[in-house]
Design a protein around this ligand. Structure first.
Ligand code: NAD
Length: 353
């Protein structure tokens, strides 16, 4: 069986999650790993028995015969690591957000085209079994024309700290870190419409509330007392797409309100809500309003989402299977993210081309 020889770029938290998923696949060989942080590099390499370790991606690319790279580094380094790997002739899976800016995202897409190599973006919610079930209902017409969605990813007290809250390394706070997931998923379920404008507000009034004695939900692993916090802690945005379709985004690291992740779609024939309580469909039946709860347990086409994501990446790279999370969508999502920040900064609606 042909195995995909992968080089891991980054050895942090999400690289560990990816490596756990790769371990379940027979057609993968983790050939090498690199990280600029020697401690994390050694820790992860030891844990997953990866012999070939490098301090930089450049050294790894120069010394190893790889088929693909999996880019799991700080957002500010996504573009360089991805473009260097593509230019070295590798297929690339790059974590979300695609990049730090639209310009970088477009350069990454261009590098993938120039080298005729796959560039997949880590929009992992697309691989969540519940997303798959929702898409099944959407694709079979049960929601009709979906004209509105709500993308909600609110942490009550959940700044990861470290580089996540340092704008120079992350590009922003919950918008680029959390909102990106739910904007992408709701847009995909709405049929990937073209965004035409964004109107948004952000706030940094609460910041990371390090003085709190309670931790709710996310407990920052690497947070240090002197980590900078210069990103937004909350954002609300109205994203308008072509054909009068709209998404309302709410996302936060800090908020005096309920902690929740919710994806809601509203169509002419029905609506879907996915949250911590599961999935509910709002529809009409025999001229009555009716609420339907599909049995989603043991969904036979569903797998743990990271396993499904890695399996798909490997399948695309080895067999040329069409990619379900292509770089083209990553560029569109970056345009929306950048417009949210611009609208919040200027106080005006931002029009997108
Ligand atoms: N899909 C998801 O749900 C999800 C969850 C968490 C993080 N992420 C994304 O994954 C990426 C990494 O996040 P994380 O939580 O693993 O952070 P992390 O801090 O745990 O790990 C990042 C690692 O990248 C290394 N690094 C930075 N620049 C590098 C470079 N140029 N070359 C080699 N190594 C470099 C750092 O030293 C660090 O060890 C981010 O883009 C983040 O948005 C995605």
């Amino acid at each position: 069986m042909k195995k995909l020889r992968i080089g891991m770029v980054g050895a942090g938290n999400i690289a560990n999650v990816h490596l756990n998923a790769y371990q379940t696949l027979d057609n993968v060989e983790i050939a090498a790993i690199c990280d600029i942080n020697a401690e994390r590099l050694n820790e992860t390499a030891d844990l997953f028995n990866i012999e070939k370790k490098y301090a930089t991606e450049a050294e790894m690319l120069a010394n190893e015969q790889l088929d693909a790279a999996d880019v799991c580094v700080w957002n500010c380094n996504h573009a360089k690591c991805t473009i260097d790997a593509l230019d070295a002739g590798l297929h690339v899976l790059c974590e979300k957000p695609m990049a730090y800016s639209v310009k970088e995202a477009e350069e990454m897409l261009e590098a993938s085209k120039r080298n005729n190599k796959l560039l997949m973006i880590g929009f992992v919610l697309r691989f969540d079994p519940e997303s798959g079930i929702a898409k099944d209902f959407v694709d079979n017409g049960y929601l009709g024309d979906i004209y509105y969605s709500k993308a909600t990813y609110l942490r009550r007290h959940g700044s990861p700290g470290g580089w996540f809250s340092n704008k120079e390394l992350s590009g922003g706070g919950p918008v680029i870190d959390l909102g990106v997931h739910v904007i992408d998923l709701t847009r995909q379920l709405m049929g990937n419409p073209k965004p035409i404008s964004v109107f948004a507000s952000t706030s940094d009034r609460l910041k990371d509330r390090k003085y709190l004695k309670t931790n709710v939900g996310w407990i920052p692993k690497d947070a240090k007392p002197d980590d900078p916090f210069n990103v937004e802690d909350f954002a609300v945005a109205m994203i308008k797409y072509e054909d009068g379709k709209t998404t309302l985004l709410e996302t936060s690291y800090s908020l005096n309100g309920e902690q929740t992740t919710k994806k809601e779609l509203f169509g002419t024939k029905g609506g879907i809500k996915i949250d911590a309580d599961g999935m509910k469909i709002y529809t009409e039946w025999n001229n009555f309003l009716a609420d339907v709860t599909p049995h989603t347990e043991n969904y036979k086409f569903g797998k743990e989402m990271f396993t499904a994501e890695m399996e798909h990446f490997v399948d695309c790279a080895l067999n040329g299977t069409p990619c379900k999370a292509p770089a083209e969508d990553g560029v569109v999502i970056m345009k929306i993210l950048e417009a949210i920040y611009e609208s919040a900064r200027t106080g005006h609606e931002v029009l997108l081309k």
